[in-house]
Design a protein around this ligand. Structure first.
Ligand code: EPU
Length: 336
């Protein structure tokens, strides 16, 4: 029988470090554990929550739910002519996976180094950083389909990736439980240096390899982003909002230093960190929660606060940005 823990404390299972309890929690170490947990009568009628590293959730209250603590391990490599297909168990630590592939001479994930969380969580929000998104290195996932009661394979197209978005946050929310992720790492490798700050970090280096790029990414992230082991946080708290070219032009006229990025469809992505910074929130604390001093896009929890307090601050920030710039910024993490 899968081991059900009742009123299980989740503080160590979310990187904000909020206190909340799960009605039931189960450690899932295999697909058999998963099937067994779902069939258990105690799970009957309870909503289901899957937690990997807990690095993209805000817990606002105790969860009257069955929480699956996804811990399935595994690492397999398949040689597919032009690419390496690397399959990782959903519970594998993402950064450890990045480092392992680089150590095994399979470059491609270096720009995504040091992102907190698990391999299984990576497709859910289509993690991305420094010019690369998961979907650029993705083959498919194996997942349990709760509607059909079977394990399925979902390829790149089925996963419906968008900016910090996928099937698993849209139509497939609550339906699929990812148990393994397969990455596609092309053998013909080129460093991706489209992100200005990364290119600058590597100035003067020649014969770039994946490990060198990875080290530069780690250096930048370490300077700008707080380590969740030290300060509770979930990375970027807001998504960078998309606006029309016309709206961006209007904003640019009033703010010559506006930071924006052109998108393939002609729209623009605005740097939410810049908008929040401009509204004066950088480094501002509201009791135990606040805005990180080195990056306004990151909300932090210093301890002793609640998810509700954090959301109140987030709303205040979004209201302030909307009042000043006419753009609504949306949270990136999943609010539970
Ligand atoms: N900026 C400010 N003030 C701030 C923060 C940023 O003026 O307090 C300006 C910066 O000077 C820069 C621009 O805003 O010109 C963009 O900032 P940055 O380069 O730090 O990137 P970002 O847009 O804040 C995004 C991702 C990060 C990812 C980096 C690098 C989102 C929501 N965030 O951040 O992802 O690591 O680019 O690619 O898309 C995450 O999702 O958790 C995350 C950390």
């Amino acid at each position: 029988m899968a081991d059900f823990h009742e009123f299980y404390p989740l503080r160590r299972h979310n990187t904000f470090g909020f206190d909340a309890r799960a009605r039931f929690a189960v450690h899932v170490r295999s697909e058999a554990d998963l099937v067994e947990a779902l069939a258990d009568p105690r799970a009957n009628g309870l909503p289901l929550v899957v937690l990997g590293g807990g690095s993209n959730v805000v817990l606002t209250r105790d969860l009257d739910a069955l929480v699956l603590l996804m811990e399935i391990q595994g690492y397999q490599v398949e040689d597919a002519d032009d690419a390496w297909l690397v399959t990782a168990g959903a519970g594998e630590n993402w950064n450890a996976l990045v480092n392992r592939t680089i150590a095994d001479s399979m470059p491609g994930l270096e720009n995504l180094a040091l992102i907190p969380g698990t391999a299984g969580a990576a497709p859910i929000q289509n993690i991305g950083a420094y010019g690369v998104e998961l979907r650029d290195r993705f083959e498919g996932v194996r997942a349990y389909d709760r509607h059909a009661g079977v394990f399925v394979w979902l390829d790149q197209r089925a996963c419906g990736f968008g900016y910090r978005d996928s099937l698993f946050k849209q139509a497939g929310a609550g339906r699929y439980i990812i148990t393994a992720v397969t990455l596609r790492l092309p053998k013909a490798w080129q460093p991706v240096l489209s992100y200005g700050e990364l290119a600058r970090e590597l100035t003067g280096k020649f014969a770039l390899d994946a490990a060198t790029v990875r080290d530069a990414v780690v250096a930048i992230r370490t300077r700008k982003l707080p380590d969740p082991a030290q300060i509770g946080n979930a990375g970027s708290f807001f998504k960078n909002p998309l606006v029309s070219a016309a709206q961006r032009d209007t904003l640019l006229q009033a703010n010559s230093d506006l930071v924006s990025y052109p998108q393939p469809d002609g729209s623009y992505k605005l740097a939410a960190g810049w908008l929040i910074d401009r509204c004066g929130f950088k480094g501002v604390n509201d009791g135990p929660v606040g805005v990180y001093g080195k990056q306004a896009l990151v909300l932090v929890h210093h301890g002793g606060g609640t998810g509700a307090m954090l959301l109140a601050l987030a709303n205040r920030i979004a209201d302030s940005v909307e009042a000043r710039f006419g753009v609504r910024i949306e949270p990136e993490p999943v609010v539970l």
